[in-house]
Each structure stands twice: as C-alpha cells, then as structure tokens.
Design a protein around this ligand. Sequence first.
Ligand code: ATP
Ligand code: MG
Length: 210
Amino acid sequence: MSAGKFIVIEGIEGAGKSSAIAVIEQYLQQQNISFDKTREPGGTPLAEKLRTLVKEPCDEQITPECELFLMYASRSQLLHNKILPTLASGKWVIGDRHDLSSRAYQGGGREFNNDVIDSIANITLNGFKPHLTLYLDIEPELGLGRAQARGELDRIEQEKIEFFHKVRNKYLELANQDETIFIIDASQPMDKVHQDIRAVLGEQIGASDQ
Ligand SMILES: Nc1ncnc2c1ncn2[C@@H]1O[C@H](COP(=O)(O)OP(=O)(O)OP(=O)(O)O)[C@@H](O)[C@H]1O
Ligand SMILES: [Mg+2]
C-alpha cells in the first residue's frame, strides 16, 4: 500500500477554509481516495486542549513566546499521533491549517524571525512537509468581515487589522517561494473559488502516481 498524501488549506479567518475543505473532500471521494481530516491547532485530545488554551480570550496576557510554543506543542502531538500514522496506513489527510500558519501568524504577525521559527519547526517536524498546500488569499477587511458575521471572535481574531495585514503579507511571501503552495484568490464568489481549487487538485493529484 502506498503512503497517503497530506493536503493543507491555509488562509486568514473568514478566507473560506472550511468551505474549501468540503470541496477537497468531495474531490477525493470522487477519486476513491480515503482520507481523514485534521485541524490546527488541535486534532488530537491533548492538542484540542492546547487549542482551547491558545484561542480562548484570557485575562492574563499570553506572551508571544507562550503562543508560539503552544502552537508547536499542539503540532507535535498531531503529527506523531495522527498525521503520520494515518499517512502510513495509506489514507490521505486534509489539514485545516499547518506549519505555514505559524510562519504567517507567529512569524509575520508576531514578528518572530525566520531562524527562531525554523529551529522550532525543525525540532517539531524534522523535515516533514505537506505534499500540497492551497493558500486562500483575501484582504483582511473582507475575511474578518465574513468571520464576524458568523459570531464571536476568539483571542487571535480580536487582533487589530494591522496584525492580519502582516499575516497576509507573510503568507504571500512564503507562498511565492514554495512550488507546493498554490495561491487561490478567495475574494471571488464562492463558485469561482471552488472551481479554482478543483483545477489545482486536478493538476496536482491527476499528475501524481495515484
Ligand atoms: N467566496 C466566498 N464569498 C462569500 N462568502 C464566503 C466565501 N467563502 C466563504 N464565505 C463565507 O464566509 C464565512 C467564513 O467562511 P469559512 O468559515 O469557510 O472561513 P474559514 O477560513 O474556515 O474561517 P476560520 O479561520 O474562522 O475557520 C462563511 O459564512 C462562508 O459561508
Ligand atoms: Mg474554518
């Protein structure tokens, strides 16, 4: 049995990740590829507890370092207890966020430099990388507007708009340097966004050995 592949969807809040994941699910089902889904931070019982700690509004100031370590602590649990065993079983994994989020939020947003993040990422991931990442690019004003319409904002969603501009700029910078990351214009009507996602999947999965 060949190992599965890890497909990740990325983007700021309200970019449309959850709806995009439904499109990927449908695509894989049509190809008779079995898969599991994960989300980050979270995706295992302990990682979900860490997600709550990092996302819920807190009276005590959470330091940027604490936030960074909680994200990678969660990712380590998810990688070893969920992603790697699932891929080894031959199933694919669809990830709602992965390492690129830390690079964009903690690197771009909180301004940790690349060397710091690289060294923590190396310890945590040991070179592991998604096979394919779809980055849904959207202006923060538009994305956050969509997220706000949906309900209460979590601790990170309550950041100022400048924070999300720094996050977006870092996403774009990194996506442009990596040929496994595809940028989708998420400001388009949903039908068009989903059509663009299916086109990338068709090219990338169609061209694979599956
Ligand atoms: N292309 C689009 N045009 C208009 N509305 C959209 C589009 N894509 C998603 N939406 C709507 O915007 C809202 C946010 O989308 P969604 O929940 O998929 O975003 P998300 O990226 O998963 O956000 P989060 O990071 O908060 O999980 C939803 O109500 C969704 O229906
Ligand atoms: Mg979502």
